[in-house]
Design a protein around this ligand. Sequence first.
Ligand code: ZN
Length: 220
Amino acid sequence: MNAINFPYLEKTSEYKPNKNGNNGNNGKVNARHEAIESAVKGILTNIGENPEREGLLKTPDRIARMYDELTAGYNIDPVKMINGALFHVDYDEMVIVKDIEFYSLCEHHMLPFYGHAHVAYIPDGKVIGLSKIPRIVDMFARRLQVQERMTKQIADFIKETIQPKGVAVVVDGVHMCSMMRGVKKASASMVTSTVLDAFRNNPKTRAEFMQHISGRKSID
Ligand code: ZN
């Protein structure tokens, strides 16, 4: 089969912060930032730090702004993001976009987990612009997550949007919360997958996808 492998082209996000926050609604953004800043000051004080010392003075403000970016996925309008980038084609071979870098935060500890997502689908008369798949991954990564749910959300969203014959998503992530805490297993990575329709029903299709993503063994 002739699968198309789209390289990962660009790290994209719809999120464009302005000077005051993320959505032009400055009053609301300022109130939200102030609430986060005072919470961060509380954490600093309660771990035995002095929030007034020079190095920490701007930390609450930095963290408040940082969360605008790291949780920008909550504010992305999926319809606007797809922006009509759906095209009718006669092509019905597997489309694979692999090695999509992602960065997320685990919802249990709010610590980073990150790695790569690999996405495949078999079109049923419709394909999506190739830059959109990394954006879809970003939309679900940039929020508080668990890797299993993120994997399924990406697959479900593609299924809903393109209505293909099948979708498969494999996510490979390392989790700071397990690396930095407790028994340290620094190399432990976690692989999650969601396979729908043609990929679920046909072991050959599934095996072909797994082969394409770095010679990994089949997941059946
Ligand atoms: Zn965690």
